[in-house]
Structures are given as structure tokens and as C-alpha cells.
Design a protein around this ligand. Structure first.
Ligand code: AMP
Length: 230
């Protein structure tokens, strides 16, 4: 495992993690948040929490999520504006699952100015591998912790290690919704890779392999990119 960076809690790193569903970006983003001492911000987690809480935001987001469709840009950006750029918001963050469209990337660029985003990492994983991972993915209905039956199984079958809650497949991990989300990744999110590359922000990292090895590659690539930028 990689040691936490000197910034410690309250760090300033601003990092975006891009990758297909099932590329491991949630797991890696959580880990990067610890390393760099900044919050892990996942719009998918925010929407799932809103659905569970039965809030207005949850009601708005749920139908899109169940179909595997993207939640409209204005709703997504409203959530980000409130969490990341409102009063008392953190200086640094790891963004996971956002931006997903060019309009979101452009809006984020404006909100994050003048400092902007430090690095955008693209986790590269072949589609056959993400399909294998998604079918083995389980989530705790109580605390939201993620597991994978293939490489990160719970200690007791069907039970969360953290809180003992029940593990289930996500509602949007049906075969049809997965296909739809992968199509949308190709059409809406993959173009962001060249968008960020053109702005000198992108690093690509091989996301295939054991999570600890991917994490080491990620941190090395991010540290190198941040050092180049200073
Ligand atoms: P995720 O956990 O990142 O796979 O997100 C789950 C679902 O939440 C997605 O399939 C979308 O319906 C919705 N969602 C999350 N983030 C975004 C975003 N940035 N833009 C649009 N929809 C999103």
C-alpha cells in the first residue's frame, strides 16, 4: 500500500477519475482520497443516498438510474455546486463518476476556476473484464460498502464486513442497464478523454490487475503529473 501524502487531511489535490462502469474507479477513488487527504465525491453515491432517503433529488434521479440513463446535466451540476463549491466546501477532492458529459466538464471547469483541476486519470480496463466484474459486484443495502465476489468478497457470504447489512446486486447492474451504461460511456464520456488530453490534464493508467497494483500505478502517475504541473 502507498503511504498518505504529506498534505494529510485537508489536502488540496483536485483529481478526476474517469473510467467505464466496473473499471474499479469507485474503489480506487476511495483509496486516493485517503492517500491525498481529500473527500471522495461520487455523484452515483450521492444519487443512491438521495433515493434511499426518499428526497426530491432521489425522486428526480431514480427513473434515469434504473434505466441506466444519465441524470440530466443541470441536476448533476446542482449537486456538485452545492457539495464542492458552496460556502465551507473542501479545497481538494477526488471526483468519481463526474463529469460524464462535455457539458458537465465545461460547467465544472468554470466552477473550479481559477485554480482548476490538477489531474484527470483515465483507468483503462477492457470491456470484457468490466462485464465480468459488474456481474460479480455486490453492495451493502445498509452502509453502501462495495464488494466483488471475484476479488474482494465479504468474509461471510451475503453480509457486509463493516455493518453486517445484507449484500445485493445494484438495481442498475442488470444486463440491459449495464449494456446501456457502457454505450453511454462510449458516446458521452469517452470524448472527455481527448478533451482533457488537449488541455494537458490527462494521464492514462492500466486498470487491469489486482486493486493494490492498480493503486500504486495510479498514485505514481498522479504524483508525476502534479510534479510536472508545479
Ligand atoms: P455510478 O455509481 O457512478 O455508476 O452512477 C450510477 C448512476 O447514477 C448512473 O448510471 C447515472 O444514472 C447516475 N449518475 C451518476 N453520476 C452521473 C453524472 N455525472 N451524470 C449523469 N448521471 C450520473
Amino acid at each position: 500500500m502507498v503511504a498518505a501524502r504529506s498534505e494529510g487531511p485537508g489536502g488540496r489535490a483536485r483529481i478526476i477519475v474517469l473510467g467505464k462502469q466496473g473499471s474499479g474507479k469507485g474503489t480506487q477513488a476511495e483509496y486516493l482520497a485517503e492517500v491525498y487527504g481529500v473527500p471522495h465525491v461520487s455523484t452515483g453515491d450521492a444519487f443512491r443516498a438521495a433515493v434511499k432517503a426518499g428526497s426530491e433529488l432521489g425522486r428526480l434521479a431514480q427513473s434515469y438510474m434504473d434505466r441506466g440513463d444519465l441524470v440530466p446535466d443541470d441536476i448533476v451540476m446542482g449537486v456538485l455546486r452545492e457539495h464542492l463549491f458552496g460556502p465551507g466546501a473542501p479545497e481538494g477532492f477526488i471526483l468519481d463518476g463526474v463529469p460524464r458529459t462535455l457539458a458537465q466538464a465545461e460547467a465544472l471547469e468554470q466552477m473550479a476556476s481559477p485554480r482548476g483541476i490538477d489531474v484527470v486519470v483515465e483507468l483503462e480496463v477492457p470491456t470484457a473484464e468490466v462485464l465480468r466484474r459488474l456481474s460479480a459486484r455486490r453492495v451493502c443495502t445498509t452502509c453502501g460498502t462495495n464488494y466483488n465476489l471475484a476479488f474482494n468478497p465479504p468474509k461471510a457470504p451475503g453480509r457486509c464486513d463493516v455493518c453486517g447489512g445484507q449484500l445485493v446486486q445494484r438495481d442498475d447492474d442488470t444486463e440491459e442497464a449495464i449494456r446501456r451504461r457502457l454505450e453511454l460511456y462510449e458516446s458521452s464520456t469517452a470524448p472527455l478523454v481527448s478533451w482533457y488530453r488537449d488541455r494537458g490534464k490527462l494521464v492514462s493508467v492500466d486498470g487491469d490487475g489486482p486493486p493494490e497494483e492498480v493503486a500504486e500505478r495510479l498514485v505514481a502517475a498522479i504524483d508525476a503529473a502534479r510534479a510536472r504541473a508545479t
